[in-house]
Design a protein around this ligand. Structure first.
Ligand code: 48H
Length: 258
């Protein structure tokens, strides 16, 4: 006979144990868009303890909508190599313009990251960072539902060796760090430079090149890198997002593993 309280206990106990386990991380990634999930996949595959915080209930960020809800994304050769590696088929429509089904991209990247060992905590958002002795050392978190309801509920906090801002156009982690702590960022002006209008070719090169530590302990990835360092947008071409995620993993693995 199925007992209701056992269903509840199974969920509560398992989730609570996982949450306690995730109080300490090698890497915390805010945002489960393409850059965050690719970073999580490569980091977890190399044995690092990685947790993604995702504000929404659904993973994937801007992947699902493709371009204007035509649910395909475009990647170039370097991006296609990452799709190949995780087993997502793509089709070359013009030389070096490959299309992939955006629903398959979102679901496969999530599945690969989780199966590699990453944990996604959805419905939870990073509302602030832990800033100690000049280094971002973790995240202040809360239920997204608390924010939506406008409730006054104090947050909890979790530690990490590195935090990644993969929150997309809004660069929410960099923004909160700048607004609250008035720190000097490693950008030309020392502040967030802001995203520029579309120039796809320049933007795609810009994103990987500017996936870097913007403040001790805090790395920017994906559109958050362009927003932080003043790069243009690129529209629904995602190779740069994937390469940015891979670059995050390479940088952190070098730091932590040498
Ligand atoms: C937890 C949060 C928080 C928070 C937001 O926007 P994303 O898909 O991010 P990227 O940078 O990996 O990919 C960008 C791409 O999707 C895109 O928008 C492109 C290529 N645009 C080009 C153009 O010209 O428009 O995903 C970010 C994720 C989302 O799922 C948010 O819900 C989540 O981050 N998020 N999660 N804590 N504070 N803020």
């Amino acid at each position: 006979m199925i007992e209701e309280k056992k269903i509840s206990e199974a969920i509560i106990r398992t989730y609570s144990e996982r949450l306690v386990d995730r109080l300490e991380n090698d890497v915390l990634i805010a945002g489960s868009g393409p850059s965050g999930m690719v970073a999580a996949y490569y980091l977890a595959r190399h044995g690092l303890k990685v947790t993604i915080l995702e504000k929404k209930l659904s993973i994937g960020g801007g992947i699902w909508g493709g371009g204007m809800m035509f649910n395909y994304i475009v990647v170039q050769k370097e991006g296609k190599e990452i799709l190949d590696e995780v087993g997502i088929p793509s089709k070359e429509i013009f030389p070096d313009y490959f299309v992939a089904d955006s629903v398959l991209v979102a679901t496969t990247l999530a599945s690969k990251a989780i199966l590699a060992g990453a944990v996604i905590l959805n419905g939870i958002f990073l509302e602030d960072v832990i800033l100690k002795e000049g280094r971002v050392s973790g995240a202040v978190i809360n239920w997204s539902a608390v924010e939506v309801a406008g409730l006054h509920v104090d947050p909890l906090a979790i530690h990490s060796k590195f935090t990644v801002d993969a929150t997309g156009h809004d660069a929410e982690v960099v923004k909160v760090l700048q607004e609250k702590s008035k720190v000097k960022l490693k950008t030309p002006s020392g502040k967030m430079e802001g995203e520029r209008s579309m120039w796809a070719d320049k933007a795609e090169n810009f994103v990987a090149a500017n996936t870097k530590e913007v403040f001790p302990g805090l790395i920017v990835a994906g559109m958050a890198a362009n927003a932080t360092f003043g790069g243009p947008r690129m529209g629904p071409i995602f190779g740069g997002m994937f390469l940015s995620g891979k670059r995050v993993a390479e940088m952190i693995l070098k730091e932590l593993r040498g």
